[in-house]
Design a protein around this ligand. Structure first.
Ligand code: SAH
Ligand code: DHB
Ligand code: MG
Length: 224
């Protein structure tokens, strides 16, 4: 684990992954008492790269916290792009808005306060999508529902990415009593079974411990 942290620091330094805005966002989040459970810098850059690779113009994030991953995602957008990020905790949302504004992203990033399920239903009604990329990273119990909404709100060919789907390998254990673990197990099964999606899971180690990222593409009937 210590080695993983060192190597994440090496990657972060080598590729110049941290700048003042990201550092300040982390510092402000910590000062405001937010838990330090944001993605690592290399993972943030991965989100940025995936968004850039598909030329994403509309991005949806479920679970904002202090806006650290939101900064990475919003930076991948063109000037007329849009990030919508959903957060249940008004205090987290306030810190995120301030961090996004300091990073010069207030015009492209919107933080929507409320339980994600309600916000997702509203986005659907208001036809805010379709989204090119959805990043799922809120309460783990909600993942199965968030996946359904993500498939509905993403465009054909769009990307759905989910954090924390390995949990130190706990997802292997069908007898695990943790409701988060059983929900992630259900999420992973859904992801594998859903014939509207083609997907994989990549295990990750680093400053955030041992976990994994799910990556799925919404099948485009006209292409596949
Ligand atoms: N994506 C962030 C980390 C998100 S942590 C980053 O990497 O920087 C998970 C966040 O989801 C927390 O801020 C938590 O308050 C929020 N959350 C938990 N349950 C939620 C719900 N039902 N709806 C919306 N957000 C929720
Ligand atoms: C934790 C980590 C996460 O990335 C997350 O989204 C929620 C919780 C954790 O380590 O507890
Ligand atoms: Mg996470």
């Amino acid at each position: 684990m210590e080695r993983w942290v060192d190597v994440d620091e090496y990657i972060t330094a080598q590729f110049g992954l941290h700048d003042d805005e990201l550092e300040q966002a982390l510092r402000a989040s910590q000062a405001a008492g937010l838990p330090g459970i944001q993605v690592s810098a290399p993972q943030g850059k991965l989100l940025f790269l995936l968004a850039r690779a598909i030329g994403a113009r509309r991005i949806l994030e479920i679970g904002t916290l202090g806006g650290y991953s939101a900064i990475w995602l919003a930076r991948a957008l063109p000037v007329d792009g849009r990030l919508t990020t959903l957060e249940i905790d008004p205090h987290h949302a306030e810190v995120a808005r301030s961090n996004l504004a300091r990073a010069g992203l207030a015009a492209v990033a919107e933080v929507v306060i409320g339980p994600a399920l309600a916000s997702l239903a509203r986005l659907d009604q208001q036809r805010t999508g379709p989204f090119d990329l959805v990043f799922i990273d809120a309460d783990k119990e909600g993942y199965p529902d968030y996946l359904e909404w993500s498939v509905r709100l993403a465009r054909p060919g769009g990307l759905i990415i989910a954090d924390n789907v390995v949990r130190q390998g706990q997802v292997m254990d069908a007898d695990n009593l943790d409701s988060r673990v059983s929900a992630i197990r259900r999420f992973n099964e859904q992801l594998a079974r859903d014939d509207r999606l083609t997907a994989t899971i990549v295990q990750t180690v680093g400053a955030k411990g041992y976990d994994g990222l799910a990556i799925a593409v919404v099948i485009d009937a006209h292409r596949d």
